[in-house]
Write a protein that binds this ligand. Structure first.
Ligand SMILES: [Zn+2]
Ligand SMILES: [Zn+2]
Length: 228
């Protein structure tokens, strides 16, 4: 396994700051990988068999994704909006999965594992480096049923929403009274009152058709504004 120190440094660089959540996330990812039999963060082609579900959009989630190398855009990182400090590590080839939950006790016990006189945050930063896995985490072996539409690889299905005309990929459509709909149309969405708009310089593109790549990178914004 790459050293804890190196993984934490990499995670802090990717996330943008050192925080207790980074330390917990790096520990969580190391444990998840270890339970699946990895002794280093997986790279391709090994990485193709790993899927990680993250149950919170907090600091810890970034650290888990960083250490395991899973990515949203590769469909190997799944975000479940549960607000729970947990992640599940799935080995597709071996059909094994472990859900690791960060214990609430570990937050309280941090003071016992750190030198006296530190702030709670400082104590946690120190403590999570030395606290045993068994205190920091609960682990469940779980079964995760993934359909072919959840897996990495090419899009397996595309349909068109019967109401708004949007193409929906990977069987995320909803059928209501025999009609195929996208989720926003069928179930409501995080946005409301959508209205197509025009915007300033809407015919801009970063490169000229026959020019050097990047020709129009900066000035076109201003130049175009003046032409009008
Ligand atoms: Zn953070
Ligand atoms: Zn729709």
């Amino acid at each position: 396994m790459t050293s804890f120190k190196e993984l934490l440094e990499g995670s802090v660089a990717a996330h943008g700051h050192l925080c207790p959540g980074q330390v917990v996330g790096v520990r969580m990812a190391i444990l998840g990988l270890r339970l699946l039999g990895y002794n280093a963060p997986p790279t391709l082609p090994q990485l193709k068999r790993l899927i990680v579900f993250v149950e919170m959009d907090r600091c810890t989630g970034d650290a888990v994704a960083h250490v395991t190398n899973v990515k949203l855009g590769r469909r190997s990182l799944k975000f479940m909006d549960y607000g729970i400090m947990a992640a599940t590590f799935v080995d597709l080839a071996a059909s094994r999965a472990f859900r690791i939950i960060s214990t609430e006790e570990s937050r309280e016990l941090a003071l016992l594992y750190a030198p006296p006189g530190l702030s709670k945050r400082e104590a946690q930063l120190q403590a999570y480096r030395v606290m045993p896995d068994s205190v920091m985490f609960r682990v469940q072996e779980v079964q995760v049923d993934l359909s072919e539409f959840d897996l990495p690889g090419p899009t397996r299905r595309k349909v068109t929403c019967g109401k708004c005309g949007q193409v929906v990929r990977d069987q995320r459509e909803v059928v209501q009274e025999g009609r195929i709909l996208c989720r926003p149309c069928a179930l409501g969405a995080y946005f409301s009152a959508p209205r197509d708009i025009a915007w300033p310089e809407m015919n801009w593109s970063p490169c000229l058709p026959e020019g050097d790549m990047g020709d129009r990178d900066k000035p076109k914004w201003q130049a175009a504004a003046g032409e009008r």
